[in-house]
Design a protein around this ligand. Structure first.
Ligand SMILES: NC(=O)c1ccc[n+]([C@@H]2O[C@H](COP(=O)([O-])OP(=O)(O)OC[C@H]3O[C@@H](n4cnc5c(N)ncnc54)[C@H](O)[C@@H]3O)[C@@H](O)[C@H]2O)c1
Length: 255
């Protein structure tokens, strides 16, 4: 991974920030894409450099085609063509039922969590042109790609669609040596789970549903991302790998 060029979307916080740092520890060059929190992106970049890598920060709105193109062009002009894309940018479920959901909410979630994956993947691939040789795309999906929740139609539909995007990309790009995989986390302690981080009683209540008895850490997801992007995972493509302490296995219990 030394010197490999890794792009991480949603790099200013949570799983994206942890992935950036973990690739930094592998001495990669990491482009930290951020949405609006420049300070957060700068903190991530500092962590990448402290870990042993190189870092740059780039503003990118993943659901905006021109913004994605500009961000990739900025990286290409400074560092060249990317080897790895980790797409961690995403919004959480609205928590409202379909009856109550506005079209704007539905579209906002689909635009970010699904169209964003399409736009960043496409620009990554077009940036590589006809190059062959190992490259990897990782999308941070969710166990809710298949384990649905009431109040999560927007998120579950986006992550479910992401599964098919990942699998389609995997067969399209395999001949060029580009592997495409999804990581499906369960409950991870990030700003997306702010209430669980701030309220220990609430957190314990949720953690009782997890066979391993605890929520996961962003660094644990990052370790998986580094593995999947590495040569050790050279024969893995089109996979959707669950990292949830057993949570999704509990679906059928209780009734
Ligand atoms: N935390 C969990 O429990 C959990 C579980 C399963 C899946 N995930 C997935 O992991 C990914 C990362 O989430 P997280 O937990 O690190 O939360 P997070 O809120 O810390 O990170 C999400 C990031 O996405 C960025 N983002 C949002 N909209 C964007 C846009 N339009 N363009 C660019 N960036 C945008 C945010 O700025 C933020 O940095 C998400 O895709 C999420 O669905 C998280």
């Amino acid at each position: 991974m030394v010197g490999r060029l890794v792009i991480v979307t949603g790099g200013e916080s949570g799983i994206g920030a942890a992935c950036a740092q973990a690739f930094g520890a592998e001495r990669a060059r990491v482009a930290v894409y951020y949405h609006s929190d420049k300070d957060g992106a700068d903190r991530t970049a500092d962590a990448v450099v402290r870990a042993g890598g190189e870092a740059m920060t780039v503003q990118a709105d993943v659901d905006d085609e021109a913004s994605v193109d500009h961000a990739f062009t900025t990286v290409e002009q400074r560092w060249g063509v990317a080897d790895v894309l980790v797409n961690s940018a995403g919004l959480n479920m609205s928590g409202v039922t379909v009856r109550e959901m506005t079209l704007a909410q539905w579209q906002r979630l689909l635009d970010t969590d699904l169209t964003g994956a399409f736009l960043t993947s496409r620009r990554f691939l077009n940036g590589r042109g006809d190059r062959t040789g190992d490259a990897a795309i990782l999308h941070i999906s969710s166990i809710h790609a298949y384990a649905v929740r009431a109040g999560g139609a927007d998120y579950c539909a986006a992550k479910g669609g992401l599964s098919n995007l990942v699998e389609t990309l995997a067969i399209e790009e395999a001949p060029r040596g580009i592997r495409v995989n999804a990581i499906e986390p369960g409950m991870i302690l990030t700003p997306m789970n702010a209430k669980a981080q701030e309220d220990p009683v609430y957190r314990r209540t949720l953690e009782q549903n997890i066979p391993m008895g605890r929520a996961g850490h962003a660094s644990e997801v990052a370790d998986l991302a580094v593995f999947l992007a590495s040569d050790q995972a050279r024969y893995i493509t089109g996979a959707r790998i669950v990292i949830d302490g057993g949570l999704s296995l509990m679906q059928a219990l209780g009734a």
